[in-house]
Structures are given as C-alpha cells and as structure tokens.
Write a protein that binds this ligand. Structure first.
Ligand code: PXL
Length: 273
C-alpha cells in the first residue's frame, strides 16, 4: 500500500443506483464526501422511475456475480485496517442478499450500518416478502447499527401500530432486543406533532432526537443520507450516539436545502452547508 499522510477515513456503501440522484448510492457518496470520508460504492441494482407511468419503480438487479466481483475488488484493495465500515442500503432480491451476506462474511467489519430498505416509495407494502425475510435472516444479524423507518419499524418490531413517541421507543427496544444492533428508529413525518422524532437505543441509553419538521412530505434520499452519515461518522471514530446526533443534524440541513424537479419527490441536497 502506498502510505499517504493524513489519508481520510474510508467507508463503503452497498446500495442501489437511483437514477435521478436523490436516493441510493448517489446520496450515500455525496454524504460521505460532505463529511470528509472517502466513499466507495458497490452497486446492487439500478432503479429508474418511469415518468410515463406515474414515476413507478423500474428495478433491475445487478448480476450476483458482478456484485461479488465489485466486493472482491474493494476488499482486496482496502484491507480491514483501512476499511472497516460498511453501509448497506437497497439490496432488492434474495439472490443479492445471499451474495452480499456471503461477501461480508469473508472478513471482519467493525461497523455494519443497515438501512433496512424493505420497499421504496411507490412500491406496495408486501410486494417482496421473500426479500424482507431474507434481509431479516441473513443481513440483520450482521448489522451493528440499524436505521428502520416507520414502516420498517413495524415490520421489524412486530408491533401493530406506532403512532406515539412511546411506541417508537418501544419499537427501538424491541428491535435492539431481537438483533443486538444499535437502533435508530425514524418517526419522520409519519408521527403527528411539530417535530421529526427519532429514537436511539443501544441497550443502555434511550434517547429521543427531535428536530422541528421541515415539511409534511418525505424527501427522497433522507433515509439513505442519514444512514450514510452515521457510517461516515463511525468511520471517523465517533461513538454511536454522537454519530446519530450528527447525522440527524446533517440530514435536517439537507432536507431544508432540498432540490425540486418534475419527479414527485424533492431530493435532499447534502452540499448546502
Ligand atoms: O429511499 C430508499 C431507496 C434506496 N435505494 C434506492 C432507491 C430508494 C428509493 O427510491 O431507489 C436505489
């Protein structure tokens, strides 16, 4: 390895491409860059919304072998003492999940931040039960930090309803108890009230992170950027709660600076600071 003074922290995202640039690997890399972290991406799928059909999801998985090849190249280039932090975003199929789980198992990771993307905006809940199950069985046990949104928190906690901050806290505890990872459940715009509330729980500390809601509509890339910011901060050596606080502030700023387009969702802008 060529040794360079002051080399940056490095983080990997394993995620899908979202062609309009709001979400997925694009959001992750912008976030890494903005937080001073050298970003690497292994692409799992290509999402292109269809403007002819109400911007529905068009989804093409990357061949499992090509995913394995990307991860082989990345892990051969960057050894565990240089790259120990990975963020996992959209995987999309059981085959992809199997491939990623196998590749991750080939070496130690200090931090595995999982954004458990079960469905995307525009997809029907329950569209991909086999994928949800595979994610829970094969990827969740590898996670050291998990960032479910409201819908994903219902699924992972088994709760029938999450409409209060107390229920959000219960979900965080249940999810932690079931998988052992540090949990940040995101209430986002789904809970009533003036604040966007997230609950952090690591088995000891339960903390509500609150910021005034920026609007009442979800913005594309907010969840991706939040998990990516957590991974970036962890890669730089932050403690989990500090990483969560920094990430929440970072995403709130990015939501305020959002970019509009002809697509139905505005996109977060990480570069306004
Ligand atoms: O926001 C979840 C998400 C993650 N990754 C990709 C996506 C989306 C939602 O559109 O397309 C690639």
């Amino acid at each position: 390895m060529t040794s360079v003074k002051n080399s940056p922290a490095i983080a990997l995202t394993i995620a899908g491409s979202e062609a309009t640039g709001g979400a997925g690997a694009q959001a992750d890399l912008k976030t890494f860059q903005e937080l001073g972290v050298f970003g690497i991406a292994a692409l799992t799928c290509i999402v292109s919304f269809d403007p002819k059909k109400s911007w529905n999801h068009r989804f093409v998985p990357v061949e499992p072998q090509v995913i394995a090849d990307q991860l082989e190249a990345i892990t051969a280039a960057y050894q565990p003492d240089q790259l120990d932090t990975v963020k996992i975003g959209m995987l999309g199929t059981p085959q992809t999940i199997e491939t990623v789980a196998t590749a991750l198992g080939n070496r130690p990771w200090k931090q595995v931040v999982l954004d458990p993307v079960l469905i995307c905006k525009g997809q029907e809940p329950g569209a991909a039960l086999d994928t949800d199950l595979a994610l829970k069985e094969q990827i969740l046990p590898l996670a050291t930090f998990v960032t479910p949104n409201h819908f994903e928190s219902l699924s992972l906690s088994g709760m029938a309803e999450i409409s209060t901050t107390d229920q959000l806290a219960e979900a965080a505890q249940r999810i932690h108890d079931s998988c052992g990872a540090v949990v940040l459940v995101k209430g986002g715009v789904r809970l009533d009230g003036p604040d966007a509330v997230d609950v952090f729980y690591d088995g000891h500390t339960l903390e509500m992170l609150k910021t005034p809601k920026v609007g009442d509509v979800a913005v594309s890339g907010a969840g991706c950027s939040l998990a990516a910011a957590i991974a970036a901060e962890l890669a730089k050596g932050a403690k989990p709660l500090d990483a969560a606080r920094t990430a929440k502030a970072f995403v709130t700023t990015a939501i305020r600076a959002r970019v509009g387009s002809k697509a139905p969702f505005d996109a977060v802008w990480q570069g306004s600071r």
